[in-house]
Design a protein around this ligand. Structure first.
Ligand code: NAD
Length: 343
């Protein structure tokens, strides 16, 4: 398999962003020493999770992201049943990006057909398979994916130790944990040896409709753990197209977000831009992962970040949207099959 360290076309590092878009300022990711772009590229759409994405659009989106200063890419074997990893690997090769110019994260423990398997043997094999699909020798971050679906003591006693061995082998530089309920983070971080978990990836808890992650930030800082926040658009709720069929939010939340999007549209403004900017405002969050499927979405989201740093957010619109979303503030949804709900 061709390797991204051997460029076959013009290297993205030799291309500069267009003058209209100044480069984004990188942020430190906890104590990892990694410096990541505030807008991170969520690659779940490349696994067709939000609808079909032709390969040429995926390549164009990744190439545009690299040109505009996005250096952080997140995928998982779960997204599209491994398709996202294969497509992301293809896109990085097509862009001929030098390996050390990008931060690549993938996950283990959650699979489309198999379900969940956080055993040491499975997560170790999982990373080897992921590396093969991505065409890489190592990933920068390996996350345990959606740990609320496992007994958390297994994560503490079996999975994290296995990931530490992987880290020692050099196949993953840093270890992370992901999931929806915020209580999983304190449970695990209070029980593993210090320094075992380098980063967390929380989703749908730092956006206009839900800011509950904010209460956890001082704790995470005290543990020296880097913070990645995903889904600033609440997995499609805060877009004009609305969420996909499978979106788990209760109807009340979906309706309120639809009303907020409609309000912005009537004023000739974009709910997506406002939501991106809102999530980017908190610099204790190192990077905001947004799922993108086209160069246009990449451009819009990077432009939103640049505009935020130069002109700030549209305060009037933000207050109006916050008022519309007030009745559903911090409303989330149960992960029905998760071990935590069963307990
Ligand atoms: P998101 O909130 O980023 O929304 C993605 C949706 O918004 C997609 O349909 C995308 O096409 C659309 N979109 C993006 N930019 C747009 C724009 N400018 N205009 C209109 N629509 C736009 O949700 P997400 O993709 O689920 O989350 C982002 C990433 O975070 C994922 O791809 C994944 O990498 C990661 N993530 C991880 C976990 C986990 O580990 N458990 C959970 C959720 C997300």
């Amino acid at each position: 398999m061709p390797h991204p360290q051997h460029p076959t076309t013009q290297s993205v590092s030799t291309l500069s962003p267009p003058r209209a878009l100044a480069a984004m300022e990188l942020r430190e990711l906890g104590g990892t020493g990694l410096r990541v772009s505030p807008v991170g590229f969520g690659a779940s759409p490349l696994g067709h999770v939000f609808g079909d994405v032709p390969l040429h659009a995926a390549r164009a989106a990744v190439s545009r992201a690299l040109h505009l200063g996005i250096n952080f890419f997140d995928t998982s074997p779960y997204y599209g049943g491994t398709v996202s990893e294969s497509v992301l690997g293809d896109c990085l090769r097509a862009a001929a990006v030098p390996r050390d110019a990008v931060v690549v994260a993938t996950k283990c423990g959650r699979y489309k057909d198999e379900g969940f398997d956080f055993t040491a043997a499975r997560v170790t094999r999982s990373l080897d398979d992921s590396l093969h699909r991505l065409g890489l020798d190592y990933v920068d971050i390996l996350h345990c994916h959606d740990i609320e679906f496992a007994p958390l003591d297994q994560i503490v006693n079996e999975t994290i130790p296995a990931l530490r061995k992987i880290k020692e082998s050099g196949k993953a530089r840093f270890i992370g944990i992901t999931g929806l309920p915020l209580s999983i983070y304190t449970y695990v971080l209070d029980r593993v040896p210090p320094g075992s978990v380098d980063v967390i990836l929380s989703y749908c808890h730092y956006g206009i409709n839900d800011t509950s992650l904010v209460d956890l930030l001082p704790y995470l800082k005290s543990k020296g753990v880097g913070v990645i926040s995903a889904s600033p658009l609440a997995m499609g709720l805060l877009t004009d197209n609305g969420p996909p069929e499978w979106h788990p939010a209760p109807q009340e939340l979906k309706s309120a977000c639809r009303a907020a999007a409609e309000h912005c549209r009537k004023k000739g403004k974009s709910i997506t831009k406002l939501a991106m900017q809102y999530s980017l405002m908190n610099k204790e969050i190192s990077t905001v992962l947004v799922g993108m499927n086209s160069p246009e979405q990449v451009e819009e989201n990077v432009a939103a970040a640049i505009e935020l740093s130069t002109s700030g957010i549209d305060e009037e619109l933000l207050h109006e949207v916050e008022a519309i979303l007030e009745p559903v503030k911090n409303m989330t949804w149960p992960n029905k099959q998760s071990k935590m709900d069963a307990d």
